[in-house]
Design a protein around this ligand. Structure first.
Ligand code: NAD
Ligand code: UFG
Length: 329
């Protein structure tokens, strides 16, 4: 297939591009490099032997996007492009609403105009808010506690309404849990432009001696008191998109959780990271981080039944690959 990957230079996008190329698809990337680097193209080429065509554009700019649709008969679009930092979204809500919503609408308008009928969207487990019970299935109630989460909820709604009005479209909403790790080559991984605020990039900084990790909260109602999440290897997540492409020629709206189904606490992540990589991760306990929930993990049965998705990489592999990439930076 010929696939447009918006945000394909970013963390999850680049790993998915590699997987798409490895499976024989032709990939076109649209990215404004607001949170990624052009050198990603060289790395993708080094790993796959193919250099995807790259358009440095703002996906929210419909005229720029249209250039791609004029030049290529696109079969499906995977929409990763977006701003993703929860804290930043609270202080810069308009940038988040504008970037995330407008890019989705511009993409949908182009797809409709040029007859591209399969849309795969990067949603997030954040749309479940603070779940009453675990594991989370796709029919749980949805809510948002910050502008970032609100954009994900709103885009899910926009896509669902759009599909209702355009019955020949296929829309797949992928709700990612916590992607970590890196490509096993060690050549590519999570390399954001700013200061990280997710756990594993901060564990890495602590292991490098650049800072002490703060463990946010030790009194949650979890086995060891620290927050529990469903961490998924980014390469497994990439595979989930290959699975989602199975729906590309089936009109409808499809929603899947992409996780492993297992929860790990912050302390378990630190211990696994130290053991598998033979490093020390200095940490202190700190106050709970505002907005955090105690625990969150997925029921991934639906994705397994319908698109054959099942994560295969364990927590040790995630920690090993994350460090393997980070060491080289
Ligand atoms: P990322 O920041 O590494 O990648 C996003 C890419 O999109 C970047 O390369 C950035 O330059 C690009 N981009 C942003 N706005 C753009 C625009 N208007 N036009 C063109 N390019 C633009 O983030 P990621 O971790 O790879 O996340 C990808 C998607 O998955 C995002 O939509 C994110 O919200 C979602 N998601 C991520 C996580 C996570 O923990 N990483 C969890 C759930 C969902
Ligand atoms: N944590 C710490 N110290 C840190 C950073 C995080 O103890 O320095 C803890 C958090 O309190 C939480 C766990 O590590 O218990 C994971 O935190 P992350 O920030 O890595 O991830 P979140 O689960 O808070 O959020 C992430 C993404 C969101 C996304 C959500 C669900 O950042 O965008 O997963 O997919 F919505």
């Amino acid at each position: 297939m010929k696939i447009l990957v918006t945000g394909g230079m970013g963390y999850i996008g680049s790993h998915t591009v590699i997987e798409l190329i490895n499976r024989g698809n032709e990939v076109i990337i649209a990215d404004n490099l607001s949170n990624s680097k052009k050198s990603v193209l060289d790395i993708v080429e080094a790993i796959t032997g193919k250099r995807p065509e790259f358009y440095e554009i703002d996906v929210a700019d419909k005229a720029e996007l249209e250039v791609i649709f004029k030049a290529h008969a696109i079969d499906a679009a995977i929409h990763f492009a977006g701003l993703k930092a929860v804290g930043e979204s609270v202080s810069m809500p308009l940038e988040y609403y504008k970037n995330n919503i407008m890019s989705t609408i511009a993409l949908l308008e182009c797809m409709k105009a040029y007859g591209c009928k399969a849309f795969i969207f990067s949603s997030s487990a954040t749309v479940y808010g603070d779940p009453a019970v675990l594991p989370i299935t796709e029919d749980f109630p949805l809510s948002a506690t910050n502008p970032y989460g609100a954009t994900k909820l709103m885009i899910e709604r926009i896509l669902t309404d759009f599909q209702y009005a355009n019955k020949d479209f296929s829309v797949t909403l992928l709700r990612y849990f916590n992607p970590i790790g890196a490509h096993p080559s060690g050549l590519i991984g999570e390399d954001p432009n700013g200061i990280p605020n997710n756990l594993v990039p901060l564990v890495i900084k602590a292991a490098k001696g650049e800072r002490v990790l703060s463990v946010y909260g030790r009194d949650y109602s979890t086995p060891d008191g620290t927050g529990v999440r469903d961490y998924i290897h980014v390469c497994d997540l990439a595979d989930g998109h290959i699975g989602a492409l199975k729906n590309a020629d089936k009109p409808g709206v499809y929603i899947y959780n992409l996780g492993t189904g297992n929860g790990f606490s912050v302390l378990e992540i630190i211990n696994a990271f130290e053991q598998v990589n033979k490093v020390k991760v200095p940490y202190v306990f700190a106050e709970r981080r505002p907005g955090d929930i105690a625990a969150c993990y997925a029921d991934c049965g639906k994705a397994e039944r319908e698109i054959g998705f099942r994560a295969s990489r364990g927590i040790e592999e995630m920690c090993r690959d994350a460090w393997n990439f980070a060491k080289s930076m």
